[in-house]
Design a protein around this ligand. Structure first.
Ligand code: BV8
Ligand code: ZN
Length: 246
């Protein structure tokens, strides 16, 4: 793969690098994305599933959707893209990984500096007393009740209309504002406020490159879009940098 001269020049000189990932990074592990053909929202719209009203309207239905996704995620493994991002932590002086994904695959690939903007499907808490539920049986079809107060147990993910974790969002905005290079990888950049991060970085002077199967809603605002599979592009990029980084 030939990376552009400007991309390589900026990367080689970069100290502060931030990467935003979306579902496309996990696609090569076998985790379905949201909006691609065959994605998990092809059958149901997000409004029907990933929001609090849907959960209160039919807790078992929404709970089962997450149980189904947990079963998929239990059998998948990190792919080359996750491992390449884990390696980037030792290539750049100040590297931060911001993910919209809730599948835990960055941690499983060895990334340490990960900020989860939309939560983590492996954590669950009670909507009444907010206590976290320990081990859950992912085959349980009926929504679980809290052992302490009997409240409904929900996944610890950010639903539409819900605030993102404030600390995670503020830290992500700070990283975006202080980046020499910002990479937006495997995300359709349709969900806010996450999709603002590449724009914040660009406005603050970062070189912003997108690595995605195809262009997105924000491609026109960025320095460049590298169309390709994140696992392949990220691996080639890390191999190049390991041999040529200043
Ligand atoms: C909030 C967690 C406010 C749960 C998710 C109108 C305009 C603008 C914004 C809004 C609006 N109306 C409403 C809003 C706000 C709304 C929003 O952005 N809606 C959008 C859809 C219009 N945002 C919210 O509600 C957020 N909260 O704003 O709160 C507020 C303020 C004050 C007080 C109270 C509230 C909350 C947003 C978080 C929602 N939760 N998920 C769950 O997962 O079940 S969103 C969901 O989408 C996932 O988290 C996912 O990460 C995220 C983004 O999707 P992507 O990761 O990008 O995945 P997608 O399938 O879309 O794209 C994959 C891409 O990868 C594709 O481009 C594909 O080409 C590419 N690809 C595929 N394979 C590969 C690949 N690329 C490379 N290699 C490959 N192999
Ligand atoms: Zn409770």
């Amino acid at each position: 793969m030939n990376f552009s001269e400007s991309f390589i020049r900026r990367l080689k000189a970069a100290e502060n690098v931030t990467v935003l990932t979306g579902a496309g990074v996990s696609a090569e592990s076998g985790v379905p994305t949201f909006r691609d053909p065959g994605g998990i929202w092809e059958k149901f719209k997000p409004e029907q599933l990933a929001n609090f009203e849907a959960f209160m309207r039919d807790p078992d239905f929404v709970w089962n959707w997450y149980q189904h996704r947990r079963e998929i995620m239990r059998d998948v493994k990190p792919n080359a893209g996750h491992f390449a991002l884990a390696e980037m932590e030792s290539i750049f002086r100040n590297f931060n990984l911001i993910t919209q994904n809730i599948d835990n695959l960055h941690f499983r690939a060895g990334s340490k500096k990960v900020t989860e903007l939309h939560g983590n499907i492996e954590r669950n808490f009670c909507i009444s007393c907010r206590k976290f539920a320990e081990e859950i049986d992912i085959t349980e079809k009926k929504v679980l009740k809290c052992e302490s107060c009997g409240g409904l147990i929900r996944p610890d993910v950010v639903w539409f209309g819900e605030m993102l974790p404030m600390q995670a969002l503020q830290f992500s905005e700070q990283c975006a504002s202080n980046s020499d290079v910002f990479l937006s990888v495997g995300t359709s950049a349709e969900v806010y406020p996450a999709a603002m991060l590449p724009i914040i970085a660009k406005k603050a002077g970062a070189y912003v490159a997108e690595i995605n199967l195809n262009p997105t809603a924000i491609s026109w605002e960025l320095n460049e879009t590298i169309c390709g599979k994140s696992g392949e592009v990220l691996s080639e990029l890390v191999n190049y940098l390991k041999e040529n980084k200043n």
